[in-house]
Design a protein. Structure first.
Length: 122
């Protein structure tokens, strides 16, 4: 049986921030680890930062925000939260993108959490 993974509506499109910057949300990739650590390291304790970089997708949601930069994705933000809502929550954003990106990532986390809860209830 093939299992289809629904990445959620917010992860399936490009978002335009009020500043005009085009941002894509996606799940993290192994190549993102160093940049993710740079973004979340200053805003959280080292243990939580390591858990975000090496997360367990059955208990934690992690979303990366990227922009196109010289033909490659550049990670400009990362957000993490526990699926059940009881664990730590962290957001790390490149200062050049600030509050606009923080809001987008927060909304994406909330969307993913709702989707996972509905799936579990079904």
């Amino acid at each position: 049986m093939t299992r289809i993974i629904d990445t959620g509506a917010l992860l399936a499109q490009t978002h335009v921030l009020p500043s005009g910057t085009r941002v894509r949300l996606r799940l993290p990739q192994s190549a993102d680890r160093e940049r993710m650590m740079e973004l979340v390291g200053p805003v959280t304790d080292p243990l939580l930062a390591r858990r975000i970089v090496r997360h367990d997708p059955t208990t934690q949601i992690v979303i990366c925000a990227t922009i196109a930069d010289a033909g490659r994705d550049r990670v400009i933000g990362v957000a993490s939260a526990s699926i059940d809502g009881n664990g730590p929550h962290a957001v790390g954003v490149d200062p050049a993108f600030g509050h606009e990106l923080t809001q987008l990532l927060g909304g994406a986390l909330a969307d993913r959490r709702r989707m996972r809860r509905r799936r579990r209830a079904a």
